[in-house]
Ligand binder design. Structure first.
Ligand code: GDP
Length: 526
């Protein structure tokens, strides 16, 4: 096998998705520890906090959070692993969703006491759109949790995916004894005091009377019964895992490092190397020697003195080399990508070369837009774009000083074009005021900050009661004659498409009932 093939085949690029506090950071940190990318726990969060005091946006400093999502690369067991961090908490935004477009699979961390939570559900939906493999890690088994069977059923019911439990917990909380590995027929014992040390392993068949001695009669009976019930469910099927219809489930405790290593090993074994991506000229061969990539995220103003932006791109084929001439398909320009960077744990590094599966960040002189394709000169295909995600928060925005109208329009349009906000207007109205829609409310603060600092415009911002937006695909009458419920409005986007904004999912029923012939699309990306 050539080096190119070898390098690409050993890439594993995935995102970790979860609801805040389920344990995503803790699990990421344990992964990085296995890869030797960090020396001790606590470094991921610590470094983030440090970065925030250097040249990140003022707003990050004030809030002590990271507005960007980062990528961490490490080596383990011959694999080259890229973890895409998906921003959560208050910094949840379209970028969180877009990051998922760059991943080949996802690890879903669920808090065993809480089950499927709202943010997990949202992120899962985006992963499911692409049919990528999804692995479930049910965390915090060292605490009191819900019934494991119930948790698996909830994942199946709420997310519409089948599950296959690779291992099964023996008790939880104070009674947690470890997990039973169904395939290998062995128990991995949990030792609370042995934090971070390797768990001890005992080979034992379920029917073996020794099981009673090992875990006690009642736990042995429960384990036998539960594993038998599991046996009646879906069988393991690697194809189904890889096409995203069956999620392998693992139980463990990230904090005590229990079950993390076996999870990582199984995950690496079951998930896929980079798969071909679709372009307007068909599938692009991952192993083609020609470099190609698409931009999935643009980070503005990392360094205020320079006003530059950083464009993050996912390499989809071939090998990237520094100081090589590439081609930006959307502008038709040849270019060298300057200062290509990669993240090693939380440290930035200039990279000389990178392969399909990897993510690089390059300085962007204002050339790139989300979804753009970069290829080698002579190749002009475009990767299929990144969908537009439905905003959930809306504000009416106008400049305080009406003399600043021009700067106001320029600023909002540029920031929207970067993909940091979405902008709409009331049909027929001018641009004196716009309606800004976002996925996460922090984006409003970033927008306000940037309008003032980059464009010199102070804003009036008024909250609006909508939390949903649907594209109108068929309108039976003039838009102004539609029967609307309170708290809803007709908006127009900058492609002159009509949309309806409303509060609460139930309004869809009202709108379609009172306006026969009205048709609304499920997605904004049609
Ligand atoms: P994130 O918001 O998903 O990144 O969650 P964190 O990794 O920051 O974890 C949230 C909290 O849960 C922290 O206080 C962790 O120490 C704790 N935590 C994470 N994993 C476990 C676990 O396996 N057991 C217990 N008891 N606590 C955990």
């Amino acid at each position: 096998m050539s080096t190119l093939q070898e390098e690409i085949s050993r890439r594993r690029t995935f995102a970790i998705i979860s609801h805040p506090d389920a344990g995503k950071t803790t699990l990421t940190e344990k992964f990085l520890l296995y890869g030797g990318a960090i020396a001790q726990a606590g470094e991921v969060k610590g470094k983030r906090a440090k970065a925030a005091t250097s040249d990140w946006m003022e707003i990050e400093k004030q809030r002590g959070i990271s507005v960007t999502s980062s990528v961490m690369q490490f080596q383990h067991g011959g694999f080259c692993i890229n973890i895409l961090d998906t921003p959560g908490h208050q910094d949840f935004s379209e970028d969180t969703y877009r990051t998922l477009m760059a991943a080949d699979s996802a690890v879903m961390v669920i808090d065993g006491a809480k089950g499927v939570e709202p943010q997990t559900r949202k992120l899962f939906k985006v992963c499911a759109l692409r049919h990528i493999p999804i692995f479930t890690f049910i965390n915090k088994m060292d605490r009191e949790t819900r019934d494991p069977l119930e948790l698996c059923e909830e994942v199946e019911r709420e997310l519409g995916i089948d599950t296959y439990a690779v291992n099964w917990p023996i008790g939880c909380g104070k009674e947690f004894q470890g997990v039973y590995d169904r395939e290998k027929g062995r128990i991995l014992f949990f030792e609370a005091e042995g934090r971070g040390r390797k768990a001890s392993v005992t080979e034992v068949a379920l029917e073996d009377p020794a099981l009673e001695e090992l875990i006690g009669a009642s736990k042995a009976a429960a384990l036998r019964e539960e594993v038998e019930l599991l046996g009646a469910g879906r069988e393991f099927d690697l194809e189904a895992v890889r096409s995203g219809t069956l999620s392998p489930v693992f139980f463990g405790s990230a904090l005590t490092n229990f079950g993390v290593e076996p999870f990582l090993e199984e995950f690496l074994r079951m998930t896929t190397a980079p798969l071909p991506r679709i372009s307007d000229q068909g599938e692009v061969d991952v192993f083609s020697p020609d470099f190609s990539a698409f931009v999935f995220k643009i980070q503005a103003n990392m360094n205020k003195a320079h006003r530059d932006r950083l464009a993050f791109m996912r390499i989809c084929s071939g090998k990237f080399q520094r100081e090589t001439e590439y081609f930006h398909v959307q502008s038709g320009k040849k270019l060298r990508l300057s200062q290509p960077q990669q993240m090693m744990a939380a440290e930035r590094e200039i990279v000389e070369e990178a392969y399909a599966g990897d993510i690089i960040g390059v300085f962007d002189p204002g050339l790139f837009a989300i979804g753009d394709t970069i290829t080698v000169p002579g190749k002009k295909f475009r990767y299929s774009g990144i969908p537009t995600f439905e905003p959930e928060h809306f504000m009416r925005v106008a400049p305080k000083d009406t003399m600043k109208r021009k700067q106001f329009i320029k600023g909002t349009e540029q920031i929207a074009q970067e993909g940091a906000i979405q902008i709409f207007k009331v049909p027929g109205a001018g641009l004196e005021e716009v309606i800004v829609g976002v996925v996460g409310t922090l984006q409003f603060d970033v927008f306000e900050y940037r309008m003032k600092n980059e464009y010199g415009v102070d804003l009036y911002m008024t909250g609006l009661p909508y939390d949903h937006l649907r594209l109108i695909t068929a309108c039976p009458c003039k838009p102004e004659d539609l029967v609307l419920c309170t708290g809803s409005a007709i908006l127009e986007d900058f492609r002159s498409r009509l949309l309806v904004a409303f509060g609460g999912e139930w309004s869809v029923g009202f709108l379609t009932k009172h306006n026969p012939g009205l048709e609304l699309a499920d997605s904004l990306s049609v």
